[in-house]
Design a protein around this ligand. Structure first.
Ligand SMILES: NC(=O)c1ccc[n+]([C@@H]2O[C@H](COP(=O)([O-])OP(=O)(O)OC[C@H]3O[C@@H](n4cnc5c(N)ncnc54)[C@H](O)[C@@H]3O)[C@@H](O)[C@H]2O)c1
Length: 282
Protein backbone atom coordinates (compact mmCIF):
# COMPACT_ATOMS: atom_id res chain seq x y z
CA UNK A 1 0.00 0.00 0.00
CA UNK A 2 1.47 3.35 -1.08
CA UNK A 3 0.46 6.07 1.37
CA UNK A 4 2.60 9.23 1.29
CA UNK A 5 0.91 12.43 0.23
CA UNK A 6 -2.53 10.86 -0.26
CA UNK A 7 -2.83 9.65 3.32
CA UNK A 8 -5.79 11.35 4.99
CA UNK A 9 -6.97 13.18 1.86
CA UNK A 10 -10.78 13.28 1.60
CA UNK A 11 -12.67 12.54 -1.62
CA UNK A 12 -16.32 12.61 -2.58
CA UNK A 13 -17.16 10.18 -5.38
CA UNK A 14 -20.58 10.44 -7.00
CA UNK A 15 -22.08 7.27 -8.41
CA UNK A 16 -19.89 5.61 -5.80
CA UNK A 17 -22.02 2.47 -5.65
CA UNK A 18 -21.66 1.75 -9.38
CA UNK A 19 -19.08 -0.33 -11.19
CA UNK A 20 -16.47 2.39 -11.67
CA UNK A 21 -17.42 4.21 -8.44
CA UNK A 22 -16.79 1.11 -6.33
CA UNK A 23 -13.44 0.45 -8.01
CA UNK A 24 -12.39 4.08 -7.43
CA UNK A 25 -13.51 4.02 -3.80
CA UNK A 26 -11.53 0.85 -3.08
CA UNK A 27 -8.42 2.23 -4.78
CA UNK A 28 -8.62 5.60 -3.00
CA UNK A 29 -9.04 3.90 0.39
CA UNK A 30 -6.17 1.52 -0.40
CA UNK A 31 -4.02 4.65 -0.89
CA UNK A 32 -4.97 5.98 2.53
CA UNK A 33 -7.74 8.34 1.46
CA UNK A 34 -11.14 8.75 3.07
CA UNK A 35 -14.14 8.65 0.78
CA UNK A 36 -17.70 9.92 0.79
CA UNK A 37 -19.54 7.36 -1.34
CA UNK A 38 -22.41 9.32 -2.82
CA UNK A 39 -25.13 7.55 -4.76
CA UNK A 40 -28.82 7.88 -5.44
CA UNK A 41 -29.17 4.19 -4.48
CA UNK A 42 -28.49 3.76 -0.76
CA UNK A 43 -27.92 -0.02 -0.62
CA UNK A 44 -24.69 -0.31 -2.58
CA UNK A 45 -23.04 2.72 -0.98
CA UNK A 46 -23.96 1.58 2.53
CA UNK A 47 -22.70 -1.96 1.96
CA UNK A 48 -19.39 -0.66 0.60
CA UNK A 49 -18.99 1.81 3.47
CA UNK A 50 -19.65 -0.98 6.00
CA UNK A 51 -17.07 -3.18 4.32
CA UNK A 52 -14.39 -0.44 4.26
CA UNK A 53 -15.12 0.83 7.78
CA UNK A 54 -16.39 4.13 9.15
CA UNK A 55 -12.85 5.52 9.59
CA UNK A 56 -12.39 5.46 5.83
CA UNK A 57 -15.81 5.57 4.18
CA UNK A 58 -19.14 7.32 4.54
CA UNK A 59 -22.25 6.45 2.51
CA UNK A 60 -24.36 9.39 1.40
CA UNK A 61 -27.66 9.04 -0.40
CA UNK A 62 -28.05 11.96 -2.78
CA UNK A 63 -29.42 12.64 -6.23
CA UNK A 64 -26.86 14.75 -8.09
CA UNK A 65 -29.67 16.26 -10.15
CA UNK A 66 -30.82 18.01 -6.97
CA UNK A 67 -28.63 21.07 -6.18
CA UNK A 68 -29.65 21.14 -2.50
CA UNK A 69 -28.78 17.44 -2.11
CA UNK A 70 -25.36 18.13 -3.67
CA UNK A 71 -24.65 20.93 -1.18
CA UNK A 72 -25.74 18.67 1.68
CA UNK A 73 -23.52 15.83 0.42
CA UNK A 74 -20.45 18.10 0.31
CA UNK A 75 -21.20 19.40 3.80
CA UNK A 76 -21.75 15.88 5.15
CA UNK A 77 -18.39 14.59 3.88
CA UNK A 78 -16.53 17.65 5.17
CA UNK A 79 -18.29 17.40 8.54
CA UNK A 80 -17.49 13.69 8.89
CA UNK A 81 -13.84 13.82 7.81
CA UNK A 82 -12.94 17.44 8.61
CA UNK A 83 -12.19 18.54 5.03
CA UNK A 84 -12.81 17.89 1.36
CA UNK A 85 -9.96 17.72 -1.14
CA UNK A 86 -11.18 15.77 -4.17
CA UNK A 87 -14.48 15.72 -6.06
CA UNK A 88 -15.00 12.94 -8.59
CA UNK A 89 -18.10 13.54 -10.70
CA UNK A 90 -18.71 9.97 -11.79
CA UNK A 91 -22.49 9.52 -11.40
CA UNK A 92 -24.21 8.86 -14.67
CA UNK A 93 -27.24 7.38 -16.34
CA UNK A 94 -26.67 4.96 -19.21
CA UNK A 95 -28.54 4.43 -22.46
CA UNK A 96 -30.19 1.23 -21.18
CA UNK A 97 -32.71 3.56 -19.59
CA UNK A 98 -33.87 4.41 -23.11
CA UNK A 99 -33.35 1.06 -24.87
CA UNK A 100 -31.74 -2.07 -23.56
CA UNK A 101 -30.43 -2.81 -27.09
CA UNK A 102 -28.98 0.68 -27.60
CA UNK A 103 -25.51 -0.71 -28.41
CA UNK A 104 -26.93 -1.88 -31.74
CA UNK A 105 -27.41 1.78 -32.73
CA UNK A 106 -31.18 1.39 -33.02
CA UNK A 107 -32.29 4.23 -30.76
CA UNK A 108 -34.18 6.96 -32.58
CA UNK A 109 -35.45 10.35 -31.44
CA UNK A 110 -38.93 8.82 -31.12
CA UNK A 111 -37.59 6.46 -28.42
CA UNK A 112 -36.37 9.31 -26.21
CA UNK A 113 -38.98 11.00 -24.05
CA UNK A 114 -38.74 14.67 -23.14
CA UNK A 115 -38.40 13.59 -19.49
CA UNK A 116 -35.50 11.26 -20.32
CA UNK A 117 -33.67 14.02 -22.21
CA UNK A 118 -34.04 16.32 -19.19
CA UNK A 119 -33.10 13.56 -16.71
CA UNK A 120 -29.90 12.69 -18.59
CA UNK A 121 -28.78 16.31 -18.80
CA UNK A 122 -29.69 16.88 -15.13
CA UNK A 123 -27.65 13.86 -13.99
CA UNK A 124 -24.83 13.52 -16.51
CA UNK A 125 -24.09 17.23 -16.98
CA UNK A 126 -25.78 19.49 -14.40
CA UNK A 127 -25.00 17.16 -11.49
CA UNK A 128 -21.28 17.81 -11.87
CA UNK A 129 -21.91 21.57 -11.91
CA UNK A 130 -24.08 21.39 -8.77
CA UNK A 131 -21.42 19.37 -6.95
CA UNK A 132 -18.59 21.67 -8.03
CA UNK A 133 -20.65 24.73 -7.11
CA UNK A 134 -20.86 23.34 -3.57
CA UNK A 135 -17.22 22.19 -3.35
CA UNK A 136 -15.33 25.08 -4.98
CA UNK A 137 -15.76 27.61 -2.10
CA UNK A 138 -14.11 25.07 0.25
CA UNK A 139 -11.37 24.34 -2.29
CA UNK A 140 -10.73 28.08 -2.75
CA UNK A 141 -10.40 28.64 1.01
CA UNK A 142 -7.76 25.91 1.31
CA UNK A 143 -6.20 26.79 -2.08
CA UNK A 144 -6.21 23.07 -2.82
CA UNK A 145 -8.74 21.01 -4.71
CA UNK A 146 -9.12 18.40 -7.39
CA UNK A 147 -12.17 18.12 -9.64
CA UNK A 148 -12.21 15.03 -11.83
CA UNK A 149 -15.09 14.65 -14.28
CA UNK A 150 -15.92 11.32 -15.91
CA UNK A 151 -17.20 11.95 -19.44
CA UNK A 152 -17.02 9.39 -22.24
CA UNK A 153 -15.29 8.57 -25.52
CA UNK A 154 -15.71 11.14 -28.29
CA UNK A 155 -17.06 8.22 -30.32
CA UNK A 156 -20.02 7.86 -27.93
CA UNK A 157 -20.62 11.62 -27.82
CA UNK A 158 -21.08 11.81 -31.59
CA UNK A 159 -22.59 8.41 -32.30
CA UNK A 160 -26.10 8.13 -33.82
CA UNK A 161 -28.60 6.50 -31.47
CA UNK A 162 -26.62 7.54 -28.39
CA UNK A 163 -28.63 10.56 -27.28
CA UNK A 164 -29.19 11.90 -24.70
CA UNK A 165 -26.13 10.14 -23.16
CA UNK A 166 -23.56 11.34 -25.71
CA UNK A 167 -24.66 14.99 -25.95
CA UNK A 168 -24.95 15.32 -22.15
CA UNK A 169 -21.41 13.98 -21.76
CA UNK A 170 -20.23 16.38 -24.48
CA UNK A 171 -21.67 19.23 -22.41
CA UNK A 172 -19.76 17.99 -19.37
CA UNK A 173 -16.57 17.72 -21.43
CA UNK A 174 -16.91 21.30 -22.75
CA UNK A 175 -17.68 22.73 -19.32
CA UNK A 176 -14.68 20.90 -17.84
CA UNK A 177 -12.36 22.67 -20.31
CA UNK A 178 -13.77 26.07 -19.43
CA UNK A 179 -13.77 25.46 -15.67
CA UNK A 180 -10.11 24.41 -15.75
CA UNK A 181 -9.28 27.80 -17.30
CA UNK A 182 -11.48 29.71 -14.84
CA UNK A 183 -9.76 28.06 -11.87
CA UNK A 184 -6.20 28.23 -13.19
CA UNK A 185 -3.82 29.47 -10.50
CA UNK A 186 -6.33 28.93 -7.65
CA UNK A 187 -4.83 25.65 -6.48
CA UNK A 188 -7.88 23.84 -7.90
CA UNK A 189 -7.39 21.58 -10.88
CA UNK A 190 -10.03 20.25 -13.27
CA UNK A 191 -9.40 17.17 -15.37
CA UNK A 192 -11.37 14.51 -17.23
CA UNK A 193 -10.87 10.75 -17.05
CA UNK A 194 -12.67 8.29 -19.37
CA UNK A 195 -12.42 4.51 -19.62
CA UNK A 196 -11.64 4.62 -23.36
CA UNK A 197 -14.30 2.11 -24.41
CA UNK A 198 -17.14 0.06 -22.94
CA UNK A 199 -16.25 -0.96 -19.39
CA UNK A 200 -17.34 -4.04 -17.47
CA UNK A 201 -19.96 -2.37 -15.27
CA UNK A 202 -23.74 -2.66 -14.85
CA UNK A 203 -24.12 0.25 -17.29
CA UNK A 204 -23.03 -1.96 -20.19
CA UNK A 205 -25.62 -4.67 -20.95
CA UNK A 206 -24.41 -8.28 -20.85
CA UNK A 207 -26.55 -9.05 -23.94
CA UNK A 208 -24.53 -6.53 -25.97
CA UNK A 209 -21.12 -7.69 -24.71
CA UNK A 210 -21.34 -11.25 -23.35
CA UNK A 211 -17.52 -11.54 -23.33
CA UNK A 212 -16.85 -9.31 -20.34
CA UNK A 213 -13.10 -9.95 -20.53
CA UNK A 214 -13.03 -7.91 -23.74
CA UNK A 215 -14.23 -4.81 -21.87
CA UNK A 216 -12.19 -2.17 -20.01
CA UNK A 217 -11.79 -3.15 -16.34
CA UNK A 218 -13.33 -0.49 -14.07
CA UNK A 219 -10.19 -0.66 -11.89
CA UNK A 220 -8.24 0.93 -14.74
CA UNK A 221 -9.89 4.27 -13.97
CA UNK A 222 -8.03 4.51 -10.65
CA UNK A 223 -4.33 5.05 -11.60
CA UNK A 224 -4.86 8.31 -13.56
CA UNK A 225 -7.09 9.63 -10.79
CA UNK A 226 -4.61 8.68 -8.05
CA UNK A 227 -1.94 10.52 -10.05
CA UNK A 228 -4.15 13.63 -10.22
CA UNK A 229 -4.86 13.53 -6.47
CA UNK A 230 -1.18 13.53 -5.50
CA UNK A 231 0.67 16.76 -4.67
CA UNK A 232 2.47 16.53 -8.02
CA UNK A 233 -0.94 16.32 -9.71
CA UNK A 234 -1.51 19.95 -8.70
CA UNK A 235 0.46 20.98 -11.77
CA UNK A 236 -1.93 19.12 -14.09
CA UNK A 237 -5.14 20.82 -15.18
CA UNK A 238 -7.29 20.93 -18.30
CA UNK A 239 -6.20 17.43 -19.30
CA UNK A 240 -8.18 14.39 -20.41
CA UNK A 241 -6.90 10.91 -19.64
CA UNK A 242 -7.93 7.69 -21.37
CA UNK A 243 -7.69 5.08 -18.63
CA UNK A 244 -7.29 2.15 -21.04
CA UNK A 245 -4.17 3.87 -22.45
CA UNK A 246 -2.62 4.41 -19.01
CA UNK A 247 0.29 2.01 -18.59
CA UNK A 248 0.76 1.31 -14.87
CA UNK A 249 4.21 -0.16 -15.61
CA UNK A 250 5.47 3.31 -16.58
CA UNK A 251 6.41 6.09 -14.17
CA UNK A 252 3.40 8.38 -13.61
CA UNK A 253 4.69 11.21 -15.79
CA UNK A 254 5.34 8.92 -18.75
CA UNK A 255 1.96 7.19 -18.34
CA UNK A 256 0.24 10.58 -18.15
CA UNK A 257 2.02 11.73 -21.28
CA UNK A 258 0.93 8.65 -23.22
CA UNK A 259 -2.69 8.62 -22.00
CA UNK A 260 -3.36 12.36 -21.80
CA UNK A 261 -4.45 15.17 -24.11
CA UNK A 262 -6.15 18.53 -23.60
CA UNK A 263 -9.83 18.31 -22.57
CA UNK A 264 -12.33 18.55 -25.41
CA UNK A 265 -11.60 19.70 -28.93
CA UNK A 266 -9.29 22.72 -28.57
CA UNK A 267 -8.00 22.41 -32.14
CA UNK A 268 -11.45 23.43 -33.36
CA UNK A 269 -11.53 26.47 -31.09
CA UNK A 270 -8.55 28.38 -32.47
CA UNK A 271 -10.01 30.67 -35.10
CA UNK A 272 -13.20 32.44 -34.04
CA UNK A 273 -14.18 35.40 -36.20
CA UNK A 274 -13.86 37.93 -33.41
CA UNK A 275 -13.69 41.72 -33.56
CA UNK A 276 -10.15 42.76 -32.61
CA UNK A 277 -8.81 39.18 -32.82
CA UNK A 278 -9.13 36.10 -30.69
CA UNK A 279 -9.72 36.84 -26.96
CA UNK A 280 -6.66 35.99 -24.86
CA UNK A 281 -8.66 34.05 -22.25
CA UNK A 282 -9.93 31.43 -24.75
N1 LIG B 1 -19.29 1.69 -18.31
C1 LIG B 1 -18.85 2.28 -19.39
O1 LIG B 1 -18.63 1.67 -20.44
C2 LIG B 1 -18.55 3.75 -19.38
C3 LIG B 1 -17.89 4.32 -20.49
C4 LIG B 1 -17.62 5.69 -20.48
C5 LIG B 1 -18.00 6.46 -19.41
N2 LIG B 1 -18.67 5.88 -18.37
C6 LIG B 1 -19.09 6.73 -17.27
O2 LIG B 1 -18.56 6.25 -16.07
C7 LIG B 1 -19.39 6.67 -14.98
C8 LIG B 1 -19.65 5.49 -14.07
O3 LIG B 1 -20.43 4.55 -14.80
P1 LIG B 1 -20.45 2.98 -14.51
O4 LIG B 1 -20.02 2.33 -15.75
O5 LIG B 1 -19.76 2.69 -13.24
O6 LIG B 1 -22.02 2.75 -14.40
P2 LIG B 1 -22.91 2.20 -13.21
O7 LIG B 1 -24.31 2.22 -13.75
O8 LIG B 1 -22.36 0.95 -12.68
O9 LIG B 1 -22.74 3.33 -12.10
C9 LIG B 1 -23.35 4.59 -12.16
C10 LIG B 1 -23.74 4.96 -10.74
O10 LIG B 1 -24.29 6.29 -10.76
C11 LIG B 1 -25.39 6.28 -9.89
N3 LIG B 1 -26.32 7.35 -10.23
C12 LIG B 1 -27.13 7.42 -11.32
N4 LIG B 1 -27.86 8.54 -11.28
C13 LIG B 1 -27.50 9.20 -10.16
C14 LIG B 1 -27.90 10.41 -9.57
N5 LIG B 1 -28.85 11.17 -10.15
N6 LIG B 1 -27.32 10.80 -8.41
C15 LIG B 1 -26.37 10.04 -7.81
N7 LIG B 1 -25.95 8.86 -8.33
C16 LIG B 1 -26.51 8.45 -9.48
C17 LIG B 1 -26.03 4.92 -10.06
O11 LIG B 1 -26.89 4.58 -8.99
C18 LIG B 1 -24.81 4.03 -10.17
O12 LIG B 1 -24.42 3.53 -8.91
C19 LIG B 1 -20.65 7.25 -15.62
O13 LIG B 1 -20.60 8.66 -15.61
C20 LIG B 1 -20.57 6.74 -17.03
O14 LIG B 1 -21.28 7.54 -17.94
C21 LIG B 1 -18.93 4.55 -18.32
Amino acid sequence: MALGDLDGKVALITGGAGGIGQALTRAFVAHGMRVGICDVRPDGAEALARELGSERALAITADVADPAACAQAVDAVAARFGALHVLVNNAGLGMSLVRRDHMDGKTRIEDVSIEQWQQFFATNASGAFFMAKAAVPRFRRQRWGRIINVTTSFFSMLRGGFAPYGPAKAALEAWSAGLAKELAGSGITVNVVVPGGPADTPMVPVESFPDRDALVRPERMAPPMIYLCREAGGAVTGRRFVAAHWDPALPDEAAAQAAGAPIGWPDLAQNPVWPGGRPKDG
